[in-house]
Each structure stands twice: as structure tokens, then as C-alpha cells.
Design a protein around this ligand. Structure first.
Ligand code: 5GP
Ligand code: MN
Length: 339
């Protein structure tokens, strides 16, 4: 069993390998917080280390310490490829299948480096040489904290690193509200606050940064595009390209929209469809034991967690929604049981 083999990884790290840290496409708060926390710890340990992410991420994460050191693969392919080629150890954070890196997948597959996976998604694939996978844990950031602790690096924690870890905890737990939060999550948050972290400041940076156009897009989405399907305790929302353009959409603007529909009394499952260039990106959220990830995996080439999953559909927005409505009856009993 390779999982959680700290000793073997210690041995590998003793060789002073050149290190690269990466995460999934469309990095979220957990992905960026975890990557930049680990980056700073490894740098403090004297390693040659870089962070390369597949593509751009939401602006509300740009304040993270060391954000300026992150290289986006998309648009910087040559430079990124050189870093991948030079890497001897690649940390894969917040994903468990190389395909989740999308445009960066091929480059990673051809790398000669050893892989370390630190992740909290279900059913890890077996591409990594060192695996630290705990699907019941709320965030990769929590696993990064444990990892730092287990490696004996806790004295390297700084306020800047604390900000990164805290960001991962907050963003992947809906601000500490999901059932995946455990006593350890709060204990870690407390330890981070002991390092001087001002949590009100972090929450403000993450959530009180709306542009007027984003708030208006949300208002439009809720008032004009929300459809509740009472029979299935499900709500559906969608946005097409024209609607996104009308509200000057930029990446990250629709983040969190899917959760609003879940707050409707009697709704235990929501799906949010957004049309990008040639694909429809779908976000699923659920309450209780309804396994959003299984539906996504079966019908939308996706996956994720029980209560928060995502997928894609190749085709029109209308066809994606029609397919969703077509498969809902299969889940009727399960949806009812989770009300
Ligand atoms: P979001 O709705 O925030 O994009 O995604 C929620 C969660 O679903 C993510 O944290 C990730 O675990 C998972 N997820 C999103 N998109 C995909 C996808 O295309 N494939 C898989 N396997 N998981 C996804
Ligand atoms: Mn995560």
C-alpha cells in the first residue's frame, strides 16, 4: 500500500529533487490555497520549486501570497513545458486523475518525474507514486496542513502560509458549513488564527469583492433562469453565451451561483449549466446523501464529491438540460429519500 507512505517520500525528498506543484483545470480556492501553501513550505526547506496551473483562475484569489509566482500553462506552454521537463517530483494537489488537468494532461503524462498526489476526491486513479488521499476530509488544504505536520515541518508555518491554508478550508466547506467539516478542521483553523491570521480579513477578500455586473448577473439568473422541478426536489439554472456577454462575464463570475438554488425549501439537488465556447460546463450540488457525483459520472463525464460535483456536455445548452431532465426519473426515489 503506497498510500500515506511518509517515510518513502522523505527518502525521495532527501535527494533534493527539482519540484513542480500543479492542480486541476479552473483552479478554485482549495486548489490555489493548497498549492501556494505547499510551495512556500518547500521553498523554506530550500527546494527548487515552481507552481504551474493548467489555466487561469478567479480574480478573487489573486491576493494569495506568492500568487505572482504561479505560471499558467495555457498561453505559456513552452515555459511550462520546460519546468515540467526539469521536474523530478510533481505534486498533484486537489485532483486524483491527470485528465482533470485538461490542457496540461499530455505534458504531464510525458513527464519523467515521480508523482505525489495529495487529494480528497473519491476513487483516485493510480498514476501517482506517492498517494495521500483521504476522501472524507473537507479540503485538500486540510490534508496539506496534516502533511506539513507529518513531515515535521510545522515550525515552517508562517502567516502567509496560514492565509493560503485557511482559504482552502473556507472555500471548500462553504465557510465551515458542509458536513465534511470535522473537529480537526476547526482545530486547524484555530492553529492558523494563533499564527496571527485575521479571519475577517480573509472572508472579506474572498467574498466581499462583487462587481456590480456579477451581482446583476446573479439577480438575473435567479429571477429569470431558475426552474424548480418539485416532483424531483430539484432546481435547474442555466446561462448562455449571450447572457454572459450582456453582464460582461469574466471567469469566476458565476462561482457559487449553484448554491443559491439549493437554499430553496424542499430542494435537495441543483444543477447549473453554463455554455462556454463548445462545451456546457455543469455544476451539481446536493444535500444529505444524494450522490451528485454518481449522476455526473454516469451522464456528464464528470465526478467530484457526494454533495458537490461537476461535469461537461458536448453540445448545446438546450440539449444538456434536456438530457438532465431525461435522466432525473432514474433518481426520483433517491431524491425523495433525501428530502
Ligand atoms: P464546481 O461545480 O465548483 O466546478 O465543481 C465542484 C466539484 O466537482 C469540484 O470540486 C470537483 O471535485 C468536481 N468537478 C467539477 N468538474 C468536474 C469534472 O469535469 N470532472 C470531475 N471528475 N470532477 C469535476
Ligand atoms: Mn478541494
Amino acid at each position: 500500500m503506497k498510500n500515506h507512505n511518509y517515510e518513502a517520500l522523505q527518502e525521495e525528498l532527501e535527494k533534493q529533487p527539482n519540484i513542480l506543484i500543479t492542480t486541476h483545470r479552473g483552479p478554485d480556492g482549495d486548489a490555489m490555497g493548497s498549492s501556494l501553501a505547499l510551495y512556500q513550505v518547500l521553498k523554506a526547506q530550500g527546494y527548487e520549486v515552481s507552481v504551474v496551473v493548467p489555466n487561469s483562475y478567479a480574480k478573487f484569489l489573486n491576493w494569495l501570497p506568492c500568487n505572482e509566482d504561479v505560471l499558467e500553462f495555457e498561453g505559456n506552454e513552452e515555459k511550462a513545458q520546460a519546468l515540467i521537463d526539469a521536474a523530478e517530483l510533481i505534486f498533484c494537489l486537489d485532483f486524483n486523475d491527470l485528465r482533470r488537468t485538461d490542457m496540461m494532461c499530455e505534458a504531464l503524462e510525458s513527464a519523467s518525474a515521480k508523482y505525489v498526489m495529495i487529494d480528497h476526491h473519491q476513487e483516485p486513479s493510480d498514476f501517482a507514486d506517492f498517494i495521500f488521499s483521504v476522501p472524507i476530509v473537507c479540503s485538500t488544504a486540510q490534508l496539506i496542513y496534516e502533511f506539513i505536520d507529518q513531515m515535521g515541518w510545522k515550525e515552517l508555518l508562517t502567516l502567509d502560509i496560514a492565509k493560503c491554508i485557511y482559504t482552502g478550508l473556507v472555500t471548500d466547506t462553504g465557510s465551515f458549513r458542509f458536513s465534511s467539516v470535522d473537529t480537526r478542521t476547526h482545530e486547524i483553523a484555530a492553529n492558523l488564527i494563533d499564527l496571527g491570521l485575521e479571519q475577517a480579513d480573509i472572508h472579506q477578500k474572498l467574498f466581499d469583492n462583487n462587481k456590480e455586473s456579477r451581482l446583476k448577473l446573479l439577480g438575473y439568473c435567479l429571477s429569470e433562469k431558475l426552474e424548480v422541478l418539485p416532483e424531483y426536489h430539484t432546481a435547474v439554472m442555466s446561462l448562455n453565451r449571450e447572457e454572459l456577454d450582456r453582464f460582461n462575464f469574466v471567469k469566476g463570475d458565476t462561482e457559487g451561483f449553484v448554491n443559491y438554488a439549493l437554499s430553496i425549501d424542499g430542494v435537495v439537488f441543483t444543477a447549473f449549466f453554463v455554455k462556454y465556447d463548445d462545451k456546457v460546463k455543469i455544476s451539481f450540488r446536493s444535500l444529505n446523501d444524494f450522490r451528485a457525483n454518481l449522476l455526473s459520472k454516469k451522464y456528464f463525464d464528470g465526478g467530484g464529491h457526494i454533495n458537490a460535483a461537476g461535469g461537461i456536455f458536448e453540445g448545446s445548452l438546450e440539449d444538456a438540460i434536456a438530457k438532465f431532465k431525461e435522466v432525473l426519473p432514474e433518481y426520483k426515489n433517491e431524491l425523495l429519500a433525501n428530502c
